[in-house]
Design a protein around this ligand. Structure first.
Ligand code: ATP
Ligand code: MG
Length: 221
């Protein structure tokens, strides 16, 4: 049974594709079978997954922008992969609602602007409303990206996020590192600090039971 994680945020340029491919890189590196359904017309994450510069483990991808097709596609993937990681173009499209409804977990990325904070708040409200409409809980959590530890503005943004009572903000942060952008732009595997930060995020997701421990590990040592 696949575990479906989608990455959704109203605001563009908030790290959705970086978060998607970084998680894919770590989970596949553990030996899991991973697929990225990319529902964004820009194709950032499917282009990343289509490059085979060197082995990233097993990462498939599929590009699907048709909201009439996405639910059926996600259903088809059940049983075929350990993890399904869905990249989206934001939630102002019907497709994001279908994706969210089919997800075990929605991650809401947020970089260091107030517009991103507002986008995260709007996204959480959207998920709460959708959840009430479909009568099914939709687990969700905010992931901070591109924060700098010593930047006053960035800690102020973290405070803004903490002040939003309805947001579940994860402790792990994908701190600023050019390796994230390099990985996304070149199709290469995550390395260095970017890898460590994403591994920490995966550990936290597992410790909070937002992601299952490990699934069907065929290749792990
Ligand atoms: N941890 C990080 N370290 C460095 N840069 C980061 C980090 N996280 C995000 N970024 C920056 O954020 C930018 C946008 O990231 P990304 O393309 O993943 O966003 P997106 O939400 O997918 O955008 P779009 O709405 O266009 O699909 C990157 O080009 C990069 O500059
Ligand atoms: Mg993107």
């Amino acid at each position: 049974m696949t575990h479906t994680i989608s990455v959704i945020q109203q605001k563009g340029g908030c790290g959705k594709s970086i978060l998607t491919v970084s998680l894919a890189s770590i989970l596949a590196g553990e030996g899991h079978n991973v697929i990225i359904p990319d529902t964004d017309t820009l194709r950032s994450s499917s282009l990343w997954a289509s490059q085979e510069l060197y082995s990233r483990g097993e990462i498939d991808h599929v590009h699907e922008t048709n909201d009439n097709e996405i639910t059926g596609l996600l259903r088809e993937l059940q049983g075929q992969y350990d993890y399904t990681l869905v990249d989206t173009a934001g939630f102002n499209t019907r497709i994001a609602a279908y994706v969210a409804a089919a997800s075990d977990l929605v991650l809401i990325p947020c970089t260091t602007t107030l517009a991103d904070v507002q986008g995260a708040v709007n996204t959480q409200r959207f998920l709460a409303k959708l959840s009430a409409e479909i009568g099914k809980p939709i687990k969700n959590a905010v992931v901070r990206l591109d924060f700098k530890r010593k930047e006053t503005n960035d800690s102020a943004i973290s405070d803004e996020l903490s002040d939003e009572a309805d947001l579940d903000v994860l402790d792990s942060v994908l701190w600023h590192s050019t390796s994230f952008k390099t990985a996304l732009n070149t199709g290469k595997q995550l390395k260095g600090r970017a890898k460590v930060y994403t591994q920490e995020l995966v550990r936290e997701l597992r410790s909070k039971h937002l992601v299952p421990p490990t699934i069907n590990l065929k290749k792990a040592a």
